[in-house]
Design a protein around this ligand. Structure first.
Ligand SMILES: [Zn+2]
Ligand SMILES: [Zn+2]
Length: 472
């Protein structure tokens, strides 16, 4: 059996891992995830457009962990290049992927338009958009929903089971049972490993006794603050800003983080811990994703189910919340005085309506920007949270950061250093560990700690396209 990472190898984005299995009928090739590379525009465009295999001839099946774009975002490309096999995922991931991919197609089309206008043809990284909204829609015929905790056949000699990842709604870890030369072996893939006690969703399940474990390592060397501190920090930022009569801008990641924020605001409002002020969700994508969330009660933890869903109460909707519908409504918010909370995309402030709100409000000291997610380097979001930067450029205008900026890192949906150690060490049968989905600075200390505790463990940190022979 072989493992080949086609992305998320010593980096975080572009998750796509191949498992090759020898069977009497020939080699079978399975992809675990097929996600987008994100980051510097030209470099990611190039990586996203190229596959080192022929999707039409070479791939037998795709199995997905969850609907974040760095895990599903290249399925339409795979389909465009002729892949017609199954794409297995949970039912929630299937519905979320539909919304996310549609939005992805829209962004690709808009990007292409922009580049055609501003950049000479010879410098365009690709021919036409990576995929269109139409491609995103067409590829959905490949998706096949499967229940969690049940085996399903993937291809010859391989079956799979989904187990809870505790990361976002519908997110799972994958267990593969592979039969090679008459011998059965278990291979586990963490996908994005979540954390205990995250709002909305269940805690991650333990990994079954797999011999080979492919594990993410985003925060292999970082600890998170307690999740409760996140809600308190959010409450304090809102209260301070409301007292000044200002607006709180929350750059929202539409899938999961936005709903977590709405849920926390709901709890805070129920306990009268925040003042009565309008909470505006100014993001059509967030509205669509939130609708999908309501269709999947099977994904929630007991608390949210009993307190809300069982009583037909919407956890993400309460008396203060309003979803904007038209661009005009969004623009009208500029002239509306605070206090208010505005959630708008995109999460890293690289696109979407948040940029308009920031352009209008960043120079007003009464206002606040509350960052609730990871801000990658070279994004407006990172420049906003960087205290050494006093001016930011938004729509070609240099503006002075006068609004308060708060960063609440405790909202992370990824396991931290201690969670990762516990997760791997609890899987006692693991003989071969392959680290993916992390920068090398995060992987190295993680691997060093594990080797100390478990000296016999074989650990790989493969580069992209490196072929790893599974030793277990
Ligand atoms: Zn994720
Ligand atoms: Zn990821």
């Amino acid at each position: 059996m072989k493992f080949i990472p086609h992305g998320a190898a010593q980096e975080v984005t572009g998750s796509c891992h191949e498992i090759q299995v020898e069977t009497p009928g020939g080699v079978r090739r399975i992809l675990l995830d097929c996600g987008l590379f994100q980051g510097r525009r030209a470099e990611s465009a190039q990586k996203n457009a190229a596959f080192t295999f022929d999707p039409k001839q070479d791939i037998d099946a795709v199995v997905l962990t969850h609907a974040h774009m760095d895990h599903v975002g290249r399925i339409p490309v795979l389909f465009k290049r002729g892949y017609v096999g199954p794409v297995f995922c949970t039912f929630a991931t299937k519905d979320l992927a539909e919304v996310m991919l549609q939005d992805g197609g829209y962004i690709q089309e808009k990007d292409e338009e922009y580049f055609r206008k501003h950049i000479t043809r010879s410098r365009l990284p690709t021919e036409g958009p990576l995929y269109t909204q139409e491609d995103a829609k067409s590829c959905l015929v490949l998706f096949r929903g499967e229940n969690m905790n049940e085996w399903f056949p993937v291809c010859d000699n391989v079956r799979a089971q989904f187990i809870e990842a505790g990361h976002i709604v519908g997110a799972v870890m994958i267990v593969l049972e592979v039969t090679e030369s008459g011998r059965k072996r278990l291979v586990g893939f963490s996908g994005d490993l979540g954390r205990n006690l995250l709002p909305i969703i269940r805690d991650p399940a333990p990994m079954p006794p797999v011999e080979t474990l492919i594990c993410e390592s985003t925060y292999g060397n970082r600890m998170h603050e307690d999740i409760d501190t996140a809600r308190h920090a959010l409450r304090d930022a809102i209260t301070r800003t409301a007292q000044r009569g200002g607006k709180v801008f929350i750059p929202a990641f539409s899938l999961e983080r936005a709903q977590e924020i709405l849920f926390d605001l709901h709890l805070l409002w129920d306990q009268k811990e925040i003042p009565a002020l309008p909470v505006i969700v100014d993001s059509p994508l967030t509205a669509k994703v939130t609708e999908v969330f309501m269709k999947h009660p099977e994904c929630y933890d007991k608390e949210i189910y009993e307190k809300f869903l069982a009583k037909a109460k919407n956890p993400f909707q309460f008396s203060l919340v309003r979803f904007t519908e038209t661009p005009e409504e969004s623009k009208a918010l500029n002239a509306t005085p605070g206090p208010m909370v505005i959630l708008a995309g995109s999460g890293m402030c690289e696109a979407g309506r948040i940029r308009h709100h920031l352009k209008n409000g960043i120079e007003d000291a009464r206002n606040a920007v509350v960052a609730v997610g990871y801000m990658a380097v070279n994004t407006l979001g990172r420049r906003l949270v960087d205290p050494t930067i006093t001016q930011v450029k938004i729509f070609d205008q240099m503006l002075t950061k006068k609004a308060e900026v708060t960063s609440i890192a405790a909202y992370s949906g990824h396991a931290d250093r201690a969670d990762l150690d516990r997760f791997v060490l609890a899987t006692e049968q693991v003989q071969h560990l392959i680290l993916v989905h992390g920068e090398i600075e995060q992987m190295d200390p993680f691997a060093q700690r594990l080797v100390k505790t478990r000296p016999g463990l074989v650990i790989h940190k493969p580069e992209r396209e490196e072929v790893v022979e599974l030793v277990a």
